[in-house]
Design a protein around this ligand. Structure first.
Ligand code: XMP
Length: 419
């Protein structure tokens, strides 16, 4: 193993994540662990050079003040005890002089360590991965291909609700360029048949989620001898938000909804990375930037943007209008600057005029928002010329759309998605 590590021990601090990020920013790998690490658990952590005991206001757990375990205090390693976020000036001498840690945390070392760990965990057995094409699953796929090549099988379920060009990109990048074992399942008809006439947003989400598991499960059963399931779990999924107690690290969540007789061990090579590190890892593994820096996209996909009961013609209009919107944002230099932007098409029509004749068609809604944590969001103030250009292209190029509207509602009261 390449990287030295500083372990942050959570003693009720609200700042553990911040401290971990600050230490990583100094080029030294850092992980957060609970106060009650055993000697055995500690021994399993590679290259630990020192501890930060992060005390805080939530130090009481079930009425008792939490103390670091004997395994930690007796380890003979340097300890920095703090109730605040240590400044860089405090961290540097501790990390580099007292702990004598090397600044060797970088993507190349991370990847080579993970490749070694994955090979050790998997041996000559086989791994299955649900490859959605999203950032996390794509980076996991690239990492597993690097580590175990053809022992990995990726299953890409196209539910028909992906953005324009996305299934093709998955097939090209993973199936062709990276030479993965890729099972591509076009389940569009199956999903759209199940969703026909269903207008209730929650109902739609449930159908899409359940059907997804069913298709994936069917494909998994067709494969022989799979022992592991790859998962795109990332560090924020693991760190409990707001350390209520010193037990900061959640038990791992299992893959939601898979039936119990399909039992796999998990391989989670990104579980210690923050989102920006996941992207950097993807780039280092050779994934295209457009895939790694893509904006968030909901699991139910375009299904929650084709409002009300989904029809194929309105879904196509949605996909085309979304592609035009993204193209125009790219041209205007807004990619990566606006957090999320998309179109939605409601199930209503209005009277308009096209080529001198009455046109009874749908409106297309533009939504562009900025947020830090998706809990609240503000609306991007789009240049008027850009809105005109988008309106012009969508009404001319997308069959069935005669008006373009802009959603100027922050969250709250709107949510980011419409359904
Ligand atoms: P809302 O609409 O709740 O969305 O303000 C907040 C963020 O979450 C995304 N979103 C989802 N992401 N599965 C996901 O992985 C989902 O079911 C889902 N629903 C919403 C949404 O796009 C926005 O970025």
């Amino acid at each position: 193993m390449q990287q030295n590590m500083i372990v942050i021990i959570d003693l009720g601090s609200e700042n553990t994540t911040r401290i971990a990020r600050d230490i990583r920013a100094l080029g030294v790998y850092s992980e957060i662990h609970p106060h009650d690490l055993t000697a055995e658990q500690l021994a399993a952590l590679p290259n630990v050079r020192g501890f930060v005991f992060a005390k805080g206001p939530n130090r009481a757990y079930e009425g008792q003040i939490v103390e670091p375990s004997a395994a930690l205090t007796d380890a003979g390693l340097p300890i920095l005890t703090t109730e605040e976020v240590p400044t860089t000036e405090e961290l540097k001498p501790f990390i580099f002089e007292t702990c004598r840690a090397e600044a060797n945390w970088n993507m190349e070392n991370f990847i080579s360590d993970q490749v070694e760990l994955i090979r050790r965990q998997v041996g000559d057995r086989k791994v299955l991965l649900a490859l959605s094409g999203g950032v996390d699953s794509s980076v996991v796929a690239a990492m597993l291909i690097r580590a175990i090549g053809k022992q990995l099988t990726c299953v890409h379920v196209n539910h028909g609700l992906l953005r324009k060009g996305e299934p093709e990109q998955v097939v090209n990048v993973f199936g062709k360029e990276l030479g993965a074992n890729l099972v591509y399942v076009d389940a569009t008809d199956r999903f759209l048949d199940k969703l026909a006439d269903v207008a209730d947003p929650e109902q739609k989400r449930k159908i899409i989620g359940a059907e997804f598991i069913r298709v994936f499960e069917e494909e998994a059963r067709k494969l022989d001898g799979i022992a592991f399931l790859g998962q795109g779990t990332i560090y924020p999924d693991i760190i409990e938000s707001g350390t209520k107690t010193a037990k900061c690290v959640k038990s791992h969540h299992n893959v939601g909804g898979l039936p119990e007789d399909l039992q796999f061990e998990l391989v989670e090579p990104l579980k210690m990375l923050f989102k920006d590190e996941v992207r950097a890892c993807g780039v280092a593994l050779g994934l295209p930037e457009a895939m790694v820096y893509r904006q968030p996209f909901p699991g139910p996909g375009l299904g929650v943007r084709c409002l009300g009961a989904i029809t194929r013609d309105r879904l196509e209009a949605l996909r085309d209008s979304d592609a035009i919107l993204r193209e125009e944002f790219d041209k205007a230099g807004l990619r990566g600057k606006v957090w999320q932007y998309f179109t939605a098409i409601p199930d209503i029509r209005s009277v308009g005029v096209r080529d001198g004749a009455r046109a009874f068609e749908w409106p297309c809604i533009i939504r562009a928002v900025n947020t830090v944590d998706a809990m609240t969001a503000t609306v991007e103030r789009l240049p008027w010329e850009l809105m005109e250009q988008i309106c012009d292209r969508i009404t001319r190029e997308v069959p069935g759309i005669n008006r373009v509207l802009v959603d100027i509602t922050p969250k709250p009261t709107g949510t980011i998605e419409w359904e």
